[in-house]
Write a new protein. Structure first.
Length: 242
């Protein structure tokens, strides 16, 4: 990281880049390269493997865990369960991103199984919330039921522990671009390595929002947007950010 922090409200990101937390990720192959680049850009040290024995070993040495159900298959299910077993011995913070559970009953059933292991944060969009919450669209109800902090995205983004719900500002629109929801979950998981859930979500959301806005202004289409987004994350905190 170069320069000093000048972006308003980003001291936590500067500290994260200095701390270089180890984050283990269970995720599909389609978005894994992008998520790894995003995590590296904010200073995290990502590892991505779902083979059960190795995943458990990496998780045992990590500081936080992300389980994203994108491209869910039997090996990734086995890897997810192995990592959870490893981190539960250390009470490690972890984030569940139940991607596309509203499109697959198999995926929904597995997500509900993971909920019994008390994820620190559940990050999900309105369709996923409704599916995972038995038709209830209130994120606070899911938080109360699971004991997790729920990080809801979409038209009415918020974070809630069931008792207190905190609205979040809208994000720059990246409609039609695959992988940015996964990226937001990954950034949040990195902050969870060093902060309580509320702080982790707020700081991740701010970093994502700033980077997305700058990337949109600097890009010409979906391919250049990805590059610009990773570069914008890396440059957050410089003396003269673009």
């Amino acid at each position: 990281m170069k320069g000093t922090v000048s972006d308003s409200g980003l001291p936590y990101l500067a500290r994260l880049k200095q701390a270089r937390p180890r984050v283990h990720v269970i995720i599909g192959a389609i978005t894994a390269p992008f998520v790894v680049d995003v995590l590296a850009a904010i200073g995290a040290q990502p590892t991505v493997t779902h083979e059960p024995d190795q995943a458990a070993e990496f998780a045992a040495g990590a500081e936080s865990l992300l389980i994203n159900l994108a491209q869910l298959d039997t090996p990734r299910m086995q890897g997810a369960l192995a990592t959870i077993e490893a981190i539960e011995r250390r009470a490690l913070s972890w984030l569940l991103d139940p991607a596309m559970v509203h499109r697959s009953q198999t995926r929904l059933a597995f997500a509900r199984r993971l909920l019994t292991h008390a994820p620190t944060v559940i990050k999900l969009n309105p369709d996923e919330l409704k599916a995972l919450n038995d038709g209830n669209e209130d994120p606070a109800a899911l938080a109360l039921k699971t004991g997790s902090v729920v990080f809801a995205t979409g038209a009415r983004p918020c974070l809630t522990n069931g008792g207190i719900t905190m609205p979040l500002p809208g994000l720059p629109q990246l409609a039609g671009h695959v992988g940015y929801g996964c990226a937001l979950g990954a950034i949040t998981a990195a902050f969870l390595a060093k902060h309580v859930p509320q702080t982790a979500i707020q700081e991740a959301y701010m970093a994502f929002s700033l980077a997305a806005g700058r990337a949109k202004a600097a890009s010409a289409g979906p391919a250049s947007l990805r590059i610009a987004f990773v570069d914008a994350l890396w440059r957050l905190g410089e003396e003269n950010p673009a």
